[in-house]
Design a protein around this ligand. Sequence first.
Ligand SMILES: [Zn+2]
Length: 142
Amino acid sequence: MVPQFQSYEDALEYCREQGMRLTRQRQFILKLLWNTNEHLSASVIYDHLRQQGKEIGYTSVYQNLNVLAKAGVIERIEKVSGCLYSHQNVSHSHVHCLDNGQIIDVMVTLPTEIIASVEAQLGLKVSDYRVEFFAHGIKQLI
Ligand SMILES: [Zn+2]
């Protein structure tokens, strides 16, 4: 089960509980991801941290993203063009931009009839869901 967090502080707390080292670099990355609802590539994350004047190398960004994604602290989406990373917040759905490949988070609550219909088809109880939307013309947020 992937952990889900309400806030940046929640995510930090989870890292501590898991005995993960919380280096400054790791905290910079987590903070940046929690400050945006976007899914960013390692190089965009690196550029932003450098713009903020953070002392961090590209390799360190890349390695930290890997560790955090593996531990389920952040979300990793594998795209043909490379991996995108985002904070791991409560169960959320995605809107994919068909023009620039950007992905943004949205909170969606499906009508109970839809969930009941899926459950009837499967003969199972649905405990969680995510919806993928596709749209044109999503503005770059960052
Ligand atoms: Zn997401």
